[in-house]
Design a protein around this ligand. Sequence first.
Ligand code: PLP
Length: 830
Amino acid sequence: MTPSSLAVRQDRLEPGDKSQPRLNDADTIAKEIVEKLTYSIGKTTGAARLHDWLEATTLVVRDRIIDNWFNSTIETRRSQAKRVCYLSMEFLIGRLLRDAISNLGLTDPIREALARYDVELDLVELLEPDAALGNGGLGRLAACFMESMASTGVPGYGYGIRYVHGFFRQEIVDSAQVELPETWLKHGNPWEFERRESSYEIGFGGKVTSIEENGRTRFVWRPAERVLAVAYDTPAVGWRGNHVNTLRLWSAQSLDPILLDAFNAGDHIGALLESNKAEAITRVLYPADSHQAGQELRLRQEFFFSSASLQDIIRHHLAQYDDLTNLADKVAIQLNDTHPAVSVAELMRLLVDVHGMEWDAAWTITRATFSYTNHTLLPEALETWPIHLFERLLPRQMQIIYQINAGVLREATQGQGFDDRTISAISLIDEGNGRRVRMGQLAFVGSHAVNGVSALHTELMKQTVFHDLHRLYPSRIENKTNGVTPRRWLHQANPGLSKLLDETIGPGFRDNIEEIAKLDAHADDAAFQERFAAVKRENKERLATLVQERLAITLDPGAMFDIQVKRIHEYKRQLLNILETVALYEQIRSLPHLDWTPRVKIFAGKAAPSYVQAKEIIHLAGDVARVVNSDPTVRGLLKVVFIPNYNVSLAEIIMPAADLSEQISTAGLEASGTGNMKFALNGALTIGTLDGANVEMLEHIGEDNIFIFGLKADEVARMRAEGHGGQAVINSQPLLRSAIDSISAGVFSQGDPGRYANLMNSIRDRDWWMIAADFRAYWDKQRQLDVLWKDRGAWNRVAARNTARMSWFSSDRSIREYARDIWKAGPGAR
Ligand SMILES: *Cc1c(COP(=O)(O)O)cnc(C)c1O
């Protein structure tokens, strides 16, 4: 390399200047990568290791994103477009490099540029840490929504927390889950930009005083503690790089990094206590999914990121409009679940106490600005906080909540004449359980729109959790069924299928996912079916290689890959799947002459560390796997694997490799599911209950192409009310009884009969999750699938139809609906 070829180009783009687009050929990119390697990383091409190439490549891609980022920001400001602020405690984003490269259309030139130095892009991509700032479906939805907002041109701002340690790393030791810390920031993060100018003070505790001002009482909150929230921005690139949004994550810092007096007096630990306490707020993600975390630090996290985001939104708005009365016209704030619900009280405080607005005007603006997404009906997941804790930590916000509550209850009694029972159901304060603040009620009353995430879930919301608030505000609840981004979950995760689609229906589906419907016309074509199956086979080989490398278990890619990957939770019923596996194992052993369909049962997922039953389920899966896989009489007809550390990157390999997708939750309990969508989009058949978005998948895919079994939501509710127990069903089901008896006898637990006593007794006694009740229907449906598998053409036709009919489940469709119905923002609104 000559010095001149390494020289930094002088003709860098000015923001907004599109007259000199960057060149994207392999020559230019190779030159730029070497430039970054040399001057940003300080390595020669000879000395560079794979992680250096990763950083250099990321920086080159980042430059291209930044050009478009500036353009998007400038355009939003110029057009005075409405901004959508998506407040979410979790963003399960995964790796970003491949997504960015693919959305910018740079895959080929970058691959070629790196190859010149004998560096493989695929290996470089694998080195990027998986950003796991979320637990599961809720956090992944936020990530898909960020991508879809950018791809559909909605000016979107994600607001969340920059956890130092994301979701824990799971190892499996002797079949049991072990949790290890996750350290995604260890080597820095080239995607983020610290914004020191965007930092805000966040208070906790202290006192509220009032002062009289122009005949009006003004409340002043004097917090006892203050911490600083500092912004870190990550660009979110949309399809073709046309629009780039911002993910702004908050990091907590102490105002005084060290108490020098204490340090100099010899108290070296005490000198750092305050700073440690402040920074603890954004240190770790709570690994709680679908149940309440409940500790004080969690409430601190929630208020911390809510307050920082609102202060930022207000400052931004005032800088442009110098007027808060039009806030709701220019900003929509979406609350992703109740975790940011305290925002309702905090925005009121900022408007009334800090900016001097009248209460009623502020309340009108607040409700017009916020909307709220509910994600669960599980009672154990509904967020409430003890009043004494809330009051101690957030005294002014507590007062405001009382005042909001008074207004709502007045409306209910005077306006509607509701009785006492209804009033106490609507109240923001739960008087029954030692007095607690109900975050769901707060989010509901503070929003102009409240949505569920699938048609069934929204209906059940109206009947159950928000039954009485729905009567008070009958037009507030609406449905917005979840979706997944086809860029990550089809184009990037399944390049083989994408290429086949290019060749079969043309590349138009990449810009408009609705075009995959054209595939339907090819589903009956035997030649196409074979090509479709060949892609699936390759993807299964890739997964089999991963399992071989990580677990030293050999899988036959010719067997049916029957996969259940998701958080481990009783309502998701991994236990039902394991019991069917045990029953199948016993049948294969006792009836070896039958023509069994070879199956590989694949499980993955994390259990919350404190969730005993979920951990027992993981343990049982591993125990069953060990016995089945080492039994020669099974002759490879059944294999069981539990793949550790389920995360987005693993999902990207698993989804395209599935023949059968397990979506078998107890009906009425899965709000939507999005794993179900990723699988079907990639041509897996679904065995599932009528729950969450499975109901709408049935409508789109057609009943011949999806395999629905079991009790419906209303039947589950009725049986629970009637006190259903499992024992009678078990007695009438020899296969189920034998499976439960074997597990109870210690057949899978090395002779230890006690290991699964609780798990098995819970089915015998209460069968709360309807495992015994649904077993027979599940078993029969599985055997129906065994038969279909033998007719390869028929199976492949159904698989192709699944891909063809999934376009409606794109998160672009979800985002367009939110933008049109709730936010009144985005390209259509201008
Ligand atoms: C999609 C996804 C989920 C959600 O899966 P469900 O089956 O809908 O519960 C959870 N975790 C990861 C890593 C995902 O990619």
